[in-house]
Design a binder for this molecule. Structure first.
Ligand code: PMV
Length: 350
């Protein structure tokens, strides 16, 4: 990316009273982001790669309020908790700084994905917020700059700026922080003729006990397996790109499965251990193995929670969903395909 492209432009115009509304979907990583090398700038240890989903949209409206003393944040119509409000205000401070505008904002978020359950609600959430806030504050950003901005809310949000498959580049390691910041953003990945689905088994929709932020910090600081995993993840990414390009779903799935199992091994070996896998997760993972034994291409991945996502061919998705539903007795199952990137909505909500 050239310096010209990466420069955040001056406000095009002073924002109008109406603000802006954006929608974004979560993404599920096939090569995981786990661990920051810079906590303040959200610079990751390794590059990661994901598929943006076509379900679970988050819609966020940002309206500037010149007279307000503080930001007002609501989630699904209810005032946000203190922690969430602080996180959003901190993010808006970045936008205000770049825009040279001190106005407070009214932020209204409608989320359709269970929050904090390892279903990437923060990815869609911060991608939508980045796009809506940038527009409301009059910043004219290219997609890479929007991705860098979304990254500062939640690392995985950098990828939801793009639709389909996206890779989030870890960026330069040796550069001074400001330069490293410019080099770490997501971009689309070339994919062959693949018709994938992710079957999502929600075995527990409750919030997790340890946030991904705290868990990854503890893992980086204490797990003897972290650095070996990070090194193997770099190789996994190379293999994943090649497998996607030749539309080889079995290779994509095998690499994704070993990458997530390795990530969970780093958490299990952290001190104290972080364990998101539950008995219900293991039952679903067993059903995925059984599907493979029966000849169906199905591969699991999991994030910072007990829920399991199963990659398969779109044509097999109903059958995979049925098997997983039986295994996840009492849980819910969703089928997702590749979705669009974050985008602004017009006043009619289109
Ligand atoms: O961006 P965060 O803090 O929600 O971290 C997400 C990390 C994982 O979901 C576990 C992996 C990933 O790459 O999305």
């Amino acid at each position: 990316m050239s310096e010209q492209q990466s420069t955040l432009l001056r406000p095009r115009e002073r924002p109008g009273a109406n603000g802006a509304t954006a929608v974004a979907q979560p993404n599920i990583a096939l090569i995981k982001y786990w661990g920051k090398r810079d906590e303040h700038l959200f610079l990751p240890w390794t590059s990661s790669l994901s598929m943006t989903l076509d379900i679970f949209p988050t819609t966020t409206r940002v309206r500037l309020d010149a007279g307000a003393a503080d930001d007002e944040v609501t989630f699904n119509g209810a005032p946000a908790g203190d922690g969430e409000r602080r996180r959003i205000t901190g993010f808006l401070d970045l936008v205000r700084h770049r825009a040279g505008l001190a106005h407070r904002a009214v932020v209204d978020t409608r989320n359709t994905v269970p929050t904090g359950a390892g279903l990437a609600s923060s990815a869609g959430g911060f991608a939508a917020l980045a796009v809506a806030a940038a527009a409301a504050y009059g910043l004219d950003l290219d997609p890479a700059s929007l991705s860098r901005l979304a990254r500062r809310g939640s690392g995985s949000a950098s990828r939801s700026v793009f639709g389909g498959f996206a890779v989030w580049n870890a960026g330069t390691w040796t550069a001074p922080p400001a330069e490293a910041d410019l080099s770490s953003y997501a971009e689309p990945v070339a994919v062959g003729d693949l018709d994938p689905a992710l079957v999502i088994a929600v075995v527990d929709a409750g919030p997790k006990e340890v946030s991904s932020r705290a868990a990854m910090r503890r893992t980086v600081e204490t797990s003897p397996l972290f650095e070996p995993w990070a090194a193997s993840s770099r190789d996994d990414l190379t293999g994943m790109r090649a497998a996607l390009l030749r539309a080889d779903l079995d290779a994509v799935g095998e690499i994704a499965e070993r990458n997530f199992l390795g990530m969970h091994a780093t958490m299990l070996s952290a001190r104290p251990a972080v364990r998101y896998l539950s008995p219900a997760s293991l039952t679903v993972l067993d059903s995925v193995l059984q599907l493979r034994r029966d000849g169906t291409s199905a591969y699991a991945t999991m994030d910072a929670g007990p829920n399991v996502k199963v990659l398969c061919h779109r044509a097999d998705a109903d059958r995979v969903a049925e098997a997983v539903r039986t295994a996840a007795a009492g849980g819910t199952v969703h089928i997702a395909g590749p979705g669009r990137g974050a985008r602004l909505l017009d006043e009619g909500g289109r």
